[in-house]
Design a protein around this ligand. Structure first.
Ligand code: AMP
Ligand code: ZN
Length: 116
């Protein structure tokens, strides 16, 4: 399913340019336009799901695929050994601004806990 008004659906469709670093059968990974760490890649499903809750509700294995793809990007970026964070902001109150599910893959610097 594609939402014609969704920015990330447009990236999947190639209608909006992005620096794509990995493509899978069900996922696309591209660099965040406003990086918060040396590696900041967004891993998204090709299918439109507003957030992690709706994507996981159907039990389609999609979240497993996203986690695997994120790890493969981390390996390619050289941050799998040093450590990385995979974040799914869910809801406007948690900072979600694009309502097409995306995992933020962050690494390449020390990451504080708890996050702000
Ligand atoms: P969130 O705030 O969790 O919804 O994350 C949305 C992310 O998308 C932000 O980190 C933005 O910098 C990023 N973003 C917005 N537009 C684009 C774009 N055209 N290409 C790449 N990243 C984008
Ligand atoms: Zn979408």
């Amino acid at each position: 399913m594609v939402d014609p008004d969704c920015l990330f659906c447009k990236i999947v469709e190639g209608e909006v340019p992005a620096e794509i670093v990995r493509e899978g059968e069900r996922t696309v990974a591209f660099r965040d336009i406003n990086p918060q760490a040396p590696t900041h890649v967004l891993v998204i499903p090709r299918e439109h799901h507003p957030d992690v809750a709706s994507a996981s509700a159907g039990d389609t294995g999609l979240m497993d695929v996203l986690a695997r793809e994120a790890h493969e990007v981390a390996v390619a970026e050289g941050i799998a050994e040093t450590g990385y964070r995979l974040v799914f902001n869910t809801g406007a109150g948690a900072g979600q601004t694009v309502f097409h599910l995306h995992g933020h893959l962050l690494g390449g610097r020390g990451l504080n806990w708890p996050p702000g």
